[in-house]
Design a protein around this ligand. Structure first.
Ligand code: UDX
Length: 443
């Protein structure tokens, strides 16, 4: 094709990242072919169903399908024949039994796609990978693609947050183009033209820096959360108040209030595994000491889960066993059905293991939670699981939970005890209504 023309895009991997990217790019006017080896996922998407919870995305999928610009396939051959720019959006989970990132899916995607690349094309990785991966994959693509070195590799990390995925994709804070040539930079520029026209800043850099930007960003965010949670531990020891402390820090605009919310800590498919994979990779390349603090960030975060269980135990007079415990929340954060490394479910399972009669409700993640942890009991609503409860434990700060009135809840529970694992409730209001209210880091 004429290289000044609008590129045709493929998206390899249709999880949270890939499906969102494919749908948004089609809505922005590109011809997009989205590919996944999971036939069920592809059938759902092609039929207009988003296979996960993401506000706004189902409407955009309908729009993209209606435009005729978005199609789905399970064929690498079709993807190879169609695309000028191929976005790699497959997952890089934690390797079982290790802190390293599991690159099985990234390697399989490249090995599947490259043999079908017989003309000049760009493969742009978006997945979060250990630094050095793009350089290795460049060699693999050159070796396997019939077009050889005419196929180039670039890295274009993605920073979208679940729950805000559409907005983060359509209006990103910045774009990072990790490239090895002017041609690759021009191709990425063409592939993001409508977003660049909004004035979105672009950082042009090399492959390794682009890979690092993503893990550095997530490590910074994780560190900020663990920092405030470490302060919460200190507050607990001296009877100080973490909420007031965090609010005071947040008003210093050099610090800022984002990712400074104390509580149960971070989970999800990104932050926990990314800091571990980064620490692991840094050790491999001989700079482990530089990011050794990430081990501590992880440890602080894990302690939040144990400490939340302790708080419930304290409130119940010293034991969990035999008590009825209502758990509000299963997803790793609100506005998501994602339960990967979810702090809420960790806490619920621990209390179940200690003999508590645990019942869990979540507005979106119940099906996923049921499938993953069938041993737990689930209910149909926040009030349903709170029926006759000895304690209610808020674990994910859904708006639905925050809106429940203390008096309405008092009518169904056995005892008016509440643990606010996310500092999401108005402590004064609950205490005034006669509740024993406890939160981490508050006396
Ligand atoms: C994160 C990054 O924000 C995103 O840029 C990257 O692309 C993927 O990883 P996500 O996993 O969707 O996104 O969730 P995020 O909103 O970052 O929240 C992560 C976790 O931190 C959640 O469990 C959340 O509850 C917790 N959190 C967040 C806090 O405990 N305190 C805070 O102040 C902020």
């Amino acid at each position: 094709m004429n290289q000044t023309e609008t590129p045709r895009l493929t998206v390899i991997g249709t999880g949270y990242l890939g499906a969102t990217h494919a749908i948004c790019m089609a809505v922005l006017g590109f011809e997009v072919l989205a590919m996944d080896v999971d036939e069920r996922k592809i059938a759902k998407l092609a039929g207009g169903e988003v296979p996960f919870f993401e506000p706004g995305l189902p409407e955009l999928l309908a729009k993209a399908l209606e435009s005729g610009r978005l199609r789905f396939t399970t064929s690498f051959a079709e993807a190879g024949a169609f695309g000028d720019v191929h976005f790699l959006c497959v997952g890089t989970p934690q390797t079982p039994g290790s802190d390293a990132a599991d690159l099985t899916y990234v390697d399989a995607a490249v090995r599947g796609l490259a043999p079908h690349l017989d003309r000049r094309a760009l493969v742009a990785g978006k997945s979060t990978v250990p630094v050095g991966t793009a350089a290795r994959l460049t060699g693999l693509v050159h070796e396997l693609a019939p077009a050889g070195t005419d196929v180039e590799l670039a890295w274009n990390p993605e920073f979208l947050r679940e729950g805000f995925a559409v907005d983060d994709t359509m209006h990103p804070d910045r774009l990072v183009f990790g490239v090895a040539s002017d041609w690759a930079y021009e191709r990425l520029t063409a592939a993001f033209q409508p977003i660049l026209e909004q004035g979105t800043p672009v950082i042009r850099t090399d492959l390794a820096t682009a890979e690092l930007v993503k893990v550095a960003a997530n490590s910074f965010l994780a560190t900020k959360i663990s920092y405030i949670n470490a302060m919460a531990e200190v507050c607990e020891a001296v009877g100080a108040d973490i909420k007031d402390l965090a609010d005071s820090l947040a008003l210093d605009d050099r610090i800022g209030g984002k990712f400074l919310k104390p509580g149960l800590g971070f989970g999800g498919g990104c932050l926990p595994k990314d800091i571990r994979a980064f620490a692991h990779r840094a050790e491999e390349i001989g700079v482990g000491q530089a990011v050794a603090f990430l081990r501590e960030v992880d440890a602080i975060n894990r302690r939040r889960r144990a400490r939340t269980v302790d708080l419930v135990r304290e409130l119940l007079g010293g034991q969990i066993s035999g008590y009825r415990i209502a758990c509000w929340g299963a997803a790793f954060k609100p506005n998501s059905d994602d339960i990967r490394d979810a702090p809420a479910l960790d806490v619920a399972r621990t209390m179940h293991g200690l003999g508590g009669h645990v019942r869990v409700f979540d507005p979106a993640a119940l099906d996923n939670a049921r499938r993953a942890f069938p041993e737990l009991r689930y209910g149909e609503s926040a009030l349903d699981v709170a029926r006759d409860a000895d304690v209610v434990v808020l674990l994910t700060e859904w708006a639905d939970f925050r809106e429940i009135e203390p008096d309405a809840l008092a009518e169904v529970v056995r005892s008016k005890r509440i643990v606010d694992g996310r500092h999401a409730l108005d402590a004064g209001k609950w205490r005034a209504a006669g509740w024993e209210y406890r939160a981490l880091g508050r006396s």
